[in-house]
Ligand binder design. Sequence first.
Ligand code: ADP
Ligand code: MG
Length: 253
Amino acid sequence: MEKTAYIEINNLCKTYIKGKDPALDGLTLSINKGEIFGLLGPNGAGKTTTISILCNLIKPTKGYCKINGFNVEKEFNLIKPLIGVVSQEIAIYKSLTAYENLMYFGSMYGLSKKELKERIGYFLEKMNLTKFKNEKIDHFSGGMKRRVNLIAGVLHDPELVFLDEPTVGIDVQSRRVIIDYLKELNNEGVTLLYSSHMMDEAENLCSGIAVIDYGKLVVQGTPKCLIEQNDSKCKTLEDVFLQLTGRNVRDYF
Ligand SMILES: Nc1ncnc2c1ncn2[C@@H]1O[C@H](COP(=O)(O)OP(=O)(O)O)[C@@H](O)[C@H]1O
Ligand SMILES: [Mg+2]
């Protein structure tokens, strides 16, 4: 029997009301349970749009997605408890402390106060934030904010976590804490869908990757296979990425 995909993205198209070109243009992709899957692409490739559709934050213009066999648009109530979302934009409140933020986000998932306190304590320790737990987020560095943002997305023990560029623009130490934690989470059986344009990081972290560009799939495979399959000049995933997506700088606003 053919193995069914855990995440199925089928001919996904999205044109924003104010967008002149489609952000997604027939993206088809399947991802298995237990992977750390990297959604890679240059600026504006459609990574955030894809993740936003998978989390039912925006609707596709055409096409559909399924998670664990459930249709995202039609059966999201069955999907919601399974997933955690760590957004690209920091989603926590600046005027609250780290602890208050996590109590707030955790309570939305119906965890008991006792359970929540235990879990928050565990994660703050894991992310090296215990001694700052009563400080306002406003005073935190970018890396510390990212770590709190990450905890807020995994507090309820989801089996699938979406992370949109979780390590962008942060210090090396914060990046390492986050990456090590993602590996640990995956070892516990959690599936991760992670977007990035950091090729060295993805090459080390991901069991599978897809390169997307202009809202379309360019290539999918394991980092190792993609390096082997491509031009012999390609020694790293970054070489493959540049060969597939070109060297033009993608600025947009
Ligand atoms: N709310 C929006 N309105 C109009 N265009 C948008 C909006 N969000 C994204 N886009 C456009 O859609 C394309 C894909 O964006 P996005 O999914 O954010 O890419 P990525 O996350 O890969 O950088 C870009 O061209 C971007 O300008
Ligand atoms: Mg993005």
